[in-house]
Structure formats: C-alpha cells, structure tokens
Design a protein around this ligand. Structure first.
Ligand SMILES: [Mn+2]
Length: 253
C-alpha cells in the first residue's frame, strides 16, 4: 500500500435498526460511501454500533446486511485494512467477520500511529461513567458467562428481545436535547475524558470516538484534537485523514 493513501473513520450506522425510515436505503448509501473511498483508502476504522444488533452463534449469524458485508469483503480482498470496533449495540461480534472478511475486531480502545500521528480510538461508551445503570448493563453484556448463557437461548427469543430493547433505548436517546443541539465542551464527558487522559499521555494527537451521534471537532491543546464521528441516522458523516488534514464530512452520494 502506498503511503499517500488515506485513513477513514465512521460509526453508528445502526444497520437494521427499526428507527431508520428505510434501513436498506441506509445500507445502500453506506455501500456507496465505501465505493467512493475504495481507491483512496488504506484503512477503514468503523468505530462501533455498525449493526443495531449483532449476535453471532457458533454456526449461525444474523440475516441481512449482504451488500454491506460483500463490500467489506471486496475492500478487504483488495488490501484495505478493515477495523471493526464493538459498540454498545454490536458487542457480540466474535470470529465470524475476522474469518469471513479478514476484519480486525477491537474490543477495547486502541492507541495507534496512523500516517505519522498518534491516535486514541474507541466507540466512546468505554469511558462513559455518567450512568451507573448503563455501566452495569455494559458489564453484563461484556461478561463471557452471560454471553454463553445468552448464546444458549434460541435466536427467536433473543433477537426479538434485543430489537425491542435497542429501539426503546435509542428512541429515548434521540429525545435527549443534547442530541439535537450538539454538545457543550464543559459537560461533554468525552472531552473531559480526553483532557484527563492527555495529562498522562500527552503524545496523543487525535482522539476519535463515535457513540454520541453528534459531529464534533474540538482542539484540546496545540497538538491534540478530539473528533466525534456523527452517525448514519441524521448526518451520514465520516472522518478522513490524509496525514496532513483531518476532515469531518457528510457524505452526499
Ligand atoms: Mn453507541
């Protein structure tokens, strides 16, 4: 891969979500975006909540998403690195996508050097300490034994439950005023987290997160910046890094 190729970031596509007016249209639009970047991308980081719900069993995976998965496979086969971060909706991606597509799954935030700068990447829920009940659920969802028990239930029960749960939690989320008017630096927990983290890790140049469903770009210091990817519900947004410029854009295709 040549060094001049770019790195892309996106998150919170929530494929399959009932709150998309037309989930298939969103999938097709996301595939058009992947097509539009395939000749310039060297790596794509999908920072979580790619699927609104994903639980894979040992021999069975959720139906749907064939265009998206096919396009990821094509890009991966052409030599583009595909990185998938688990979000808080698609925690249960295991070995299927690595085996089938060659995707690299990240279950924890990642510090990585990309085109000469140091990045701290995560979905954004890992460092969300605002709600105790959220952290409690997060622990259960990430627990191996709970995952095994859940995996032993028939999908007929688990999928129905999960889609209902996702629908109600997102509906509640969309009603929060912060999601409509953007976020305020002094109360934004990801900004507080990044500033605190910089004290012990001053070499991080870019913090990039998803999860918040806002497009956000904040200088934290002379050499450090925080970006939040937006989503594919209202913004159809992504981030492009070419080694010199960092752009937060909306896809119009
Ligand atoms: Mn999320």
């Amino acid at each position: 891969m040549s060094d001049c190729k770019k790195i892309y970031f996106a998150s919170d596509i929530h494929l399959g979500a009932r709150f998309h007016a037309d989930s298939l249209a969103v999938e097709k639009k996301f595939v058009r975006w992947l097509d539009s970047i395939k000749s310039s991308a060297q790596a794509i980081y999908l920072l979580g909540d790619i699927f609104d719900y994903w639980f894979e069993y040992k021999y069975v995976v959720p139906r749907g998403y064939t265009r998206f998965l096919g396009k990821l496979a094509e890009l991966s086969d052409s030599g583009i690195e595909i990185h998938l971060f688990i979000g808080n909706h698609d925690i249960w991606m295991f070995d299927y996508l690595p085996q089938e597509i060659g995707a690299i799954i990240h279950r924890e935030p990642l510090t990585v050097d990309l085109l000469g700068k140091r990045f701290f990447l995560g979905h954004g829920d890992e460092v969300d300490n605002r709600s105790r009940s959220f952290q409690f659920l997060r622990k259960i969802f990430h627990n191996k034994i709970c995952q095994r028990l859940y995996g032993s239930m028939h999908p007929r029960w688990t999928f129905g439950l999960a889609y209902g749960f996702s629908h109600s939690s997102r509906k509640a989320g969309l009603k929060r005023p912060e999601n409509q008017v953007g976020i305020d630096e002094s109360s934004e927990y990801l900004a507080s987290f990044a500033k605190e983290y910089l004290k012990t890790n001053p070499d991080i140049n870019f913090f990039i997160f998803g999860h918040r469903h806002v497009m956000y770009d904040l200088m934290l210091s002379k050499s450090s910046r925080l970006l939040i990817t937006g989503d594919w519900i209202q913004f159809f947004s992504y981030i492009e890094w070419d080694g010199e410029e960092m752009r937060l854009e909306e896809f119009e295709g």
